[in-house]
Design a protein around this ligand. Structure first.
Ligand SMILES: [Zn+2]
Length: 140
């Protein structure tokens, strides 16, 4: 094991220091994308939660329905990412940034770098995803 030289910046610290700014930027991008989706073409119509009226864009009902489902999936994904970013920013405010929300162990720096909104360490995340997959299979 090599000991970091005095004065050298710990790569993890450097990544952590940038996280809140990166998350806020990502949050703005997401919020802008969400609002663009919900106010399609700047129209002030709010049909079906403001989703674009796909049926008017194509004669093909099945295609319109598929596109609508994709819109909903996108919206759900963006909304949940926003919530996750808010949760991580809240942790940053309370000084827990970079710690796993489940086991409180430090989240791997490389993981944080790739996924700044990571709330959990890779192990806990996998456990939770496996648990969720199982409860979906059981119809819970
Ligand atoms: Zn963990």
């Amino acid at each position: 094991m090599s000991v970091p030289e005095p004065g050298a910046t710990d790569p993890r610290e450097a990544i952590l220091a940038q996280l809140p700014a990166r998350l806020r930027q990502r949050r703005e991008e997401l919020a802008a994308a969400l609002s663009a989706r919900l106010h399609h073409d700047g129209q002030e119509e709010h049909v079906e939660a403001g989703l674009p009226r796909r049926a008017e864009e194509t004669d093909d009902d099945a295609a319109a329905e598929t596109q609508r489902e994709r819109d909903l999936t996108d919206l759900a994904r963006m909304t949940s990412e926003l919530a996750q970013i808010d949760a991580v920013l809240a942790r940053a405010a309370s000084g827990d940034l970079g710690e796993c929300a489940e086991c409180s162990e430090p989240i791997d720096a490389a993981r944080l770098n790739v996924n700044p909104a990571a709330l959990r360490c890779a192990e806990c995340q996998q456990l939770i995803e496996r648990r969720q997959a199982r409860s979906r299979l059981l119809g819970a």
